[in-house]
Structures are given as C-alpha cells and as structure tokens.
Design a protein around this ligand. Structure first.
Ligand SMILES: Nc1nc2c(ncn2[C@@H]2O[C@H](COP(=O)(O)OP(=O)(O)OP(=O)(O)O)[C@@H](O)[C@H]2O)c(=O)[nH]1
Ligand SMILES: [Mg+2]
Length: 313
C-alpha cells in the first residue's frame, strides 16, 4: 500500500543537524524514462509509464526519505514542440518546474544519439539559474562501444560544469549512486513532508492515471492522447472498494475503439487497471468504467482544468 496524500495523518519530525533536503526536477524529452526513474528511486509505482511518448501530463511529486536526506522528485511531462492547447500547457508547466526546484536532473536516452530535442532542453537549462546534473539513462540498451553515444551528450554540455551520471531506470544499475550525488548537491534543510509519505497526490489521482496507463498500453494511434479519466465516485466498504470512472474521449469513433468488439477492449482495460489499483490500495477493488464523448476537450483550457490538468501561470 502506498502512503498517498489523502491517507496521510503523519507528523513532520525535526530534521537532524546536517540533514539534506530539497526538490529535484526530472526534466527531459518525452519517453527518455523520467517516470520510470522516479518510481525506481522512491521504490513504488506512483507515476505511470509507457512506450508511447507524452505519457506524463501533470507534474507529480515522489518523495524519497532516508535517515540523512529527503529528496522530493518532481516528475514532469517530456518537453517537445507543442501542437495544441494541451501541448502548450505541458511545455509551460515544465518550464515553471525548472524554475521552482533546487536542482534539475536532465535525463536523456543514452541508447540513441543526442538530437535536436535534447539540444533545445540543454539550452533552456543553461539559461536558467537552477543547477543541473546530466543523467544518461537506459545504459542497459547501450551497445558495447558506446563512447560515440556518450560523447554526443557530453558535447551538449561542453560549456557547463554539470556533473554526469549514468544509470538504468529499469535494471536499477547506477541509481543508488545517482541518489547520493543528488543528495550531495542539496543544501541542509528540513523535512518538507512526513518521512512515510511517498507522493503529494491523492490516491484518486493515481487511480485515474492507472486507468489511463492501460489505455496507453492497449490502444494505438491517436487514442491515447485524446483520453482523459475522471473518477466519478468511490465507495469504500470493509470488504471492497468500488471505483466508478469515466473515460472521456473526443469522438464517437474513439469511443467505439475503446469499447471494442462486444466490449472486449473495455473489459481488458478494466481488468488490468483493476489489478493495478488493487496493488495501489492493497485491497479488493470493483472497477466500473464508462465511456463519454466530450468533443475537443483538449482545445479548451476550462475543460483541461476540469479534467485535472493544472495550468501553471
Ligand atoms: N531498457 C530500458 N527501458 C527504459 C529505461 N527507462 C525507461 N525505459 C522505458 O522507456 C519507456 C518510456 O518510459 P517513461 O518512464 O514512460 O518515459 P518518460 O520520460 O516519463 O516519458 P513522458 O512521460 O512521455 O515524457 C517505457 O517503455 C520504459 O519502460 C531503461 O533504463 N532501460
Ligand atoms: Mg513520464
């Protein structure tokens, strides 16, 4: 079971002398493994991940507390060139995140050479006042001769004094070293959150995300990015938690794909999501899903807010 915000009735202790703490923003292109890394570092699944780019939509905090430090990781949506209102909001929020943290971990996919997207973010970060650590992820996918790949990233930071760390968010190789280097680069400070808390988000938000994750994993093409989940009702009984959720799509054709042949797709999404939610709350779950058509929800700031997307000014 995870300690999400709504279950939290904790007290915040006084930090010992020399205790390090602070906020670390995880920044990078879509799909480089930012959310996978955050889950690995805090040891729990609170952020959803998928092979589809632009999986993360909202800033999400994951909290790692040890006897000597507390790091609050801020997972952000991948930065890319925006095409519609939702995209613009995502990039704006990532920029806001860079300026509001103590330290940035700039994550890249070191199994492929640096590209224009990495260069764009590198320059953005060089112009910010926040200190940066460059993280080369996916080293498990690097070929034996990886010097050329590494060099393509080192060239990006030629004129900086940023430290470089290599790791794999899936195997965990190098992540402990990473964690210690991040802590070393923070100032001494207080506990910002109770030591037992792993995320600032309520369970309800993570439930919605786990449903969206199944849609990302099981549908193709334009569907994943046209979907928003709203948890309509949660009924808790001593034996089972009943969750009623709406899957909002933009068009009737998308509704048809989500429902599938004789409801088979919706059934599959529901069954996988239910298992994930059971793990989250460590209890039995009944999950009821229904599909709603909400035309052009991504074009409307009002709708974005209603669906839980923060618009950070
Ligand atoms: N082999 C390997 N795969 C990884 C590693 N880290 C992440 N992945 C995979 O890369 C894909 C993208 O991971 P995410 O964590 O969703 O990436 P992200 O950077 O959060 O993506 P956005 O939220 O879209 O910006 C998933 O399929 C992960 O399993 C790694 O170290 N090694
Ligand atoms: Mg992500």
């Amino acid at each position: 079971m995870i300690n999400a915000m709504n279950k939290a009735q904790f007290t915040i202790p006084i930090a010992p002398k020399n205790f390090k703490s602070g906020f670390v923003g995880i920044i990078g292109r879509p799909n480089v493994g930012k959310s996978t890394l955050m889950n690995k570092l805090i040891g729990q699944k609170i952020a959803i991940t998928s092979p589809v780019a632009q999986t993360t939509r909202n800033r999400l905090q994951g909290i790692l507390t040890t006897p000597t430090f507390q790091i609050i990781f801020v997972d952000t949506p991948g930065i890319h060139k925006p095409h519609h209102e939702l995209g613009k909001v995502l990039v704006k929020n990532a920029k806001a995140a860079i300026n509001s943290v103590d330290l940035v971990l700039f994550v890249v996919d070191s199994s492929t050479p640096a590209g224009g997207g990495d260069l764009f973010i590198g320059e953005l970060l060089q112009h910010s006042k926040t200190s940066v650590i460059l993280g080369l992820n996916k080293i498990d996918l690097q070929p034996k001769n990886h010097q050329v790949l590494d060099d393509s990233y080192l060239q990006l930071i030629d004129t900086t004094n940023w430290s470089v760390v290599k790791f794999s968010a899936t195997t965990g190789e190098g992540t402990e070293t990473l964690q210690n280097i991040l802590a070393e680069n923070l100032e001494t400070g207080p506990y910002y959150y109770p030591p037992d808390l792993v995320t600032d988000q309520p369970e309800r938000f993570i439930m919605a995300e786990l449903i969206r994750e199944q849609i990302l994993l099981q549908t193709r093409q334009e569907i994943p990015h046209s979907v928003a989940i709203t948890i309509e009702k949660i009924e808790e009984t001593p034996k089972i938690t009943k969750v009623f959720a709406a899957i909002n799509v933009e068009r009737n054709s998308q509704k048809g794909i989500i429902i599938g042949n004789k409801g088979s797709m919706l059934k599959q999404i529901g069954s996988e999501a239910r298992q994930q939610i059971q793990k989250l709350i460590a209890g039995k779950v009944y999950l009821e899903l229904f599909v709603k058509v909400e035309p052009k929800w991504r074009q409307s700031r009002l709708r974005l807010a209603e669906f839980g997307y923060r618009v950070e000014e």
